[in-house]
Every structure is written in C-alpha cells, then in structure tokens.
Write a protein that binds this ligand. Structure first.
Ligand code: FEO
Length: 409
C-alpha cells in the first residue's frame, strides 16, 4: 500500500526528484538534526536514463518506488555517484544489484572509496574533472570538488536543463514535503543552511570560495541548484544561497561573543554571567551557552560570525568537564578562524581545567585575550568584578581595533 504513495516530483524538463524523506533522524555524527533531513536522488530522462546519487540504505525501497512511477528501474542506464558518504551511497550496492546499470560513474577517488566501503556487484567507471557523459540527447559534465567535503566529492551539471547537482553543497538538514526553497519559510531556510555550513563545511571555506569563483568564471547558466539534502534552489534563490555561502566562507567576524561553559555547583556559571554582563555593557552581542542547555551544533551556528569564544569549566577529577571537552573537541575539528578567546573556571583543589581549555584554544589558533581566570571555589572578593571588567575589555577589542584588523576592514 505504502509503495503506491511514494511519488516522484518533476523539477525540470528532464529531471525528477526521486529521493527519500527522513523526518526522524536527529544525529549526523555529532550534528543535531532537529528538523530531520532528505536524501535527494534525481532521475534524468534522457535517451539514456541516469540516476544521480542514491539514498541511505534503509530508504532504498522508497527511492525505487518513486522511480517505478516513471519507468521500470531496470531501464536506468547510468548511475552517477557524486559522493561516497553512506547517506548517498548506502543503497548503491543493492540498487546496482537490482537495476544492473550499464555504467556507474564516480570520481577517481570516489571509485576507490566506494570500493573500500562496499562489496559492489559491478564495475565503476572513473571520471576526471571536466569529463562529459553523453545521454544521447543531453550532456552531463563532472566537476571535481575534492574535500567539499570528502576527498571523493564531485558535482554534476546537466547542460540542457542548466541544472547543477551540487551533492552536499548548498544543502541543509530539513525534512519537508515541499521540494523548492520558495515554498518554505525563508528564516528557517537561512537558519538551517547556516547551521549545515557551520557544522559540516566550515573547515573547507577556502575551497568553497575557489569553487564559486571557478563556476562563475566558467559562465555556466544556472536555472537550478539541486543538492543532496533539503530543498532545491531556483530563480532568485540561486543568487541568495551563493551570496550566503560567499559570506559564510569569508567568516567575517562581528562583535559577538559566544560564552560556552559547564558548571558543577554554579560557581563557574557566576563567572560566565559576569563576563556576559561585561561584554553586553561594552556593546558586544552575547550568546551565553551552558553545555547543559545548548547542543554543540548550536554553538557552531553561533560561531559562524562570532568574534570571540569564551570557554569555562569547573575542574572534575583533575580535568575539564566532559561536556566542555566534547564541545571543544567538536569546535577544534571545525576550525573557526580569527577568534579572540578567553578561558575561565572555578575549582575545588587542583584547578587544571582552565589550562586545559587554553590548550584547546591555542590548538584552534585562537588569540588569547589574557590569562585564564581561575578561582578556588566561590568567586568571592573581586573575582566577579574582574570577570565583568574582562568582558568589557573583550567587547572593546571586538568593537574597535582587533576585530577590524582580523577581518581586514
Ligand atoms: Fe550528505 Fe557528506 O553526506
């Protein structure tokens, strides 16, 4: 019965969306996906029929069911694997087994990675940057996008429909039954696209800038950008998402400070609040984020344009709190640039956490604003006043000199 309900959606003259909608997923290796996601696959109805990407393994039947409304899946001639990660290739082996395509195209690295990941029931055909495949009446052009965001990644352009299959790029984790961006709330779109960029693409910002420059220089007309997650961009949306990607890739910092902290009995929290009050009084925008209340993905979203990162932790058994180590490990991997930084924390007897936080911050190449602020037990005396003043001074640095220098203004 359900099989009859899965319908394809025609998105251009020759292309149908035949992907899957996953409303339940909440974690993408550490990235909290509160709004679920889609695994987009596309069917190109040329004289030769091509399937662009597949879906995560449990969703194979949903995709096959949508394809079946257009043609018997066994009539698909080619599969293009733009990206070997399992959310797009997890069903590839089973799909190859079922439809027996003449050819499966992937980048040279993609061929190797797919072979390493799966026992595939057929050969793969490697393609190079700029290679074309003729569908009889249409042409596909492949562009390698190494490390965006895996070494195998590539994107595929359908010349006749002026449509770019952009794989993870320009995507977002957003499960919807609408297929186009202009059917959705713009505020949600921008938030989810930014969260996706911050949590997945930020380390490769330089490559994104170069890729956009390359595509612009090539002068290829674009009527649509069809990513592997979330809605499809068309019309004015194309310029909008490209502008946003250029802005995020530049990571132009603002006078925003993100204060992340973990606290055992509230003492480190008092310090965090005093720092926040000082920063706000100094004219900075402040995001105060307890690790009990905010997910690491939320912190990354805020760091997309933040100029400062302040991190606090109590010391537990000679270490920083596990929740603070978690968020610091995550941030370090995503490599936000040009951060002004400050560590702080209360301790009972040994107080290692503040120094350990500083090691993380140095590894991120953040600019330490001053010595870590440590206090034994209750932040008495002038400690909270000192925190407030440090907040004021951080805000001043952000507002005036340092932020402008760092962003090249
Ligand atoms: Fe959506 Fe990198 O996989």
């Amino acid at each position: 019965m359900m099989d009859r309900c899965f319908m394809p959606v025609q998105i251009s003259k020759h292309v149908y969306w035949v992907g899957a909608i996953d409303t339940n997923i909440r974690d993408f290796h550490g990235y909290e996906t509160r709004r679920g996601t889609t695994y987009n696959a596309y069917l190109i109805m040329g004289k030769k029929v091509a399937l662009i990407d597949t879906v995560k393994a449990p969703f194979k039947e949903e995709m096959i069911s949508r394809i079946s409304k257009i043609l018997p899946p066994g009539e698909i001639d080619y599969i293009v694997s733009n990206h070997a990660e399992r959310d797009h290739s997890g069903s590839l082996a089973a799909v190859m087994e079922e439809i027996k395509p003449q050819k499966v195209f992937a980048s040279r690295t993609g061929v190797r990675v797919l072979r390493e990941l799966f026992d595939l029931p057929g050969e793969l055909t490697p393609v190079n940057d700029g290679d074309k495949v003729n569908l009889g009446d249409m042409n596909l052009t492949f562009l390698e996008t190494r490390m965006l965001h895996w070494p195998d990644s590539m994107i595929t352009y359908l010349n006749e429909d002026e449509l770019l299959f952009s794989q993870d790029g320009f995507g977002m984790h957003l499960a919807t039954f609408e297929r186009f961006y202009d059917q959705l709330d713009p505020a949600i779109l921008e938030y989810e696209a930014a969260t996706y960029f911050a949590n997945i693409l930020m380390p490769y910002s330089g490559l994104i800038t170069k890729l956009i420059e390359r595509v612009v220089k090539m002068g290829i007309p674009l009527k649509m950008i069809a990513p592997d997650h979330g809605p499809i961009w068309r019309g004015e949306g194309i310029g909008r998402i490209i502008d946003l990607y250029q802005k995020w890739a530049r990571r132009k910092t603002t006078s925003k400070g993100v204060i992340v902290y973990g606290t055992m009995w509230g003492n480190t929290e008092l310090m965090a609040r005093a720092l926040a009050e000082g920063m706000a009084a100094g004219g900075a925008k402040v995001k105060l984020m307890s690790t009990d209340a905010f997910h690491r993905s939320d912190v990354m979203y805020e760091l997309l344009d933040a100029g400062a990162l302040l991190v606090g932790s109590s010391t537990l058994n000679n270490h920083l709190l596990p929740s603070v180590a978690d968020v610091l490990t995550y941030i370090k991997g995503l490599r936000p640039k040009d951060l002004l930084a400050q560590s702080f924390g209360s301790y009972g007897w040994s107080g290692e956490a503040v120094g350990q936080i500083e090691e993380y911050l140095k590894a991120m190449k953040a600019e330490l604003a001053g010595e870590g602020i440590k206090v034994k037990n209750r932040p008495g005396g002038t400690v909270l006043e000192d925190c407030y003043k440090r907040g004021l001074s951080l805000a001043e640095i952000l507002r005036e000199g340092s932020a402008a220098v760092r962003t090249g203004d």
